[in-house]
Design a protein around this ligand. Sequence first.
Ligand SMILES: NC(=O)c1ccc[n+]([C@@H]2O[C@H](COP(=O)([O-])OP(=O)(O)OC[C@H]3O[C@@H](n4cnc5c(N)ncnc54)[C@H](OP(=O)(O)O)[C@@H]3O)[C@@H](O)[C@H]2O)c1
Length: 289
Amino acid sequence: MKQALVVGGDSVLGSALSEKLRQHQWNVLSTTRRKTSDPNNGFFLDLSQDPSFWKIPAHPDVGFLLAAITQVKECEKNPVLSSVVNVTNTLVLAQKLLEKNIFTVFSSSSLVLDGSVQYIGISAPVNPQVEYARQKAIVEAHLLKMKTSACVIRFPKIVNSHDVLFQGWIRDLKKGIPIFPFSDLNFSPISVGFATDVLVEVAKRKTCGLFQVSAEEQISYADAAFYLAKKLNISEKLIKPLSGKTQDPLLKLWPQYTILDSSDLIKKIGLKIPKIDNALDTILTDGMN
Ligand SMILES: NC(=O)c1ccc[n+]([C@@H]2O[C@H](COP(=O)([O-])OP(=O)(O)OC[C@H]3O[C@@H](n4cnc5c(N)ncnc54)[C@H](OP(=O)(O)O)[C@@H]3O)[C@@H](O)[C@H]2O)c1
């Protein structure tokens, strides 16, 4: 039986991935920084501390590096602490895994690209606009320079049926309360189910290198809200689109184009690039109930 180590087992992606790996008959070990977690179900690891002396549990075939400070605002506010977690100690851990010949998968972000070009290819230079993305870009570059058995995947927004923003919209819409989604912010989301399919396929094949994936179209957050309201049979009049870029200086840096050229990865792992509906319908699996 293959064994995986999921670093950041409590993350949205990590918990869904652990479940998917088990469905594919993998033995899954995961890390947690929550001291209250069941010690049998998670190996304690806090990446704000140097993991040099952390003992890798058992000998996994694959290690997934998913733990991170993921909030763009938090990274902007605390660049030093977030860099310790997201860069310095992530790289120390990566090095440890790679030294033991454990195939290592790093979850990066589409935000390492500035989104000024449509369908941007994998060879385009990175141009991160926010601290979170700068940190991802540094880890990407180091891992790829190591030329070892590592895989870096740039993900777009990954959505799931518990997403706070979208479930908040659905709750308000159902109560007849207006919502104010941004009309000038685009995204090309994928569902957490598709993201975990990608990670499992990459792990099975030990596909090395830099890859990226996104939905095959882009949509504004406002249009996503209209889509959800229509599906829920709720009046579109409750949707009051706003400009995000005039609300928040950070949002001014949001990419104009969010579709990534995913062909390299898709060719290698044999999955189909998903349509946006696939992700938006995932949001509704709870919202419909
Ligand atoms: N979700 C997306 O849309 C998306 C898109 C592109 C890339 N990614 C990347 O994919 C990975 C997973 O994303 P996600 O959205 O599933 O993450 P998430 O739900 O925000 O969870 C982040 C995880 O990192 C853990 N963490 C934070 N600080 C830590 C520390 N000092 N030591 C150890 N663990 C720490 C958190 O622990 P607690 O649970 O205890 O807080 C949490 O489990 C991240 O690397 C993220 O950057 C995500």
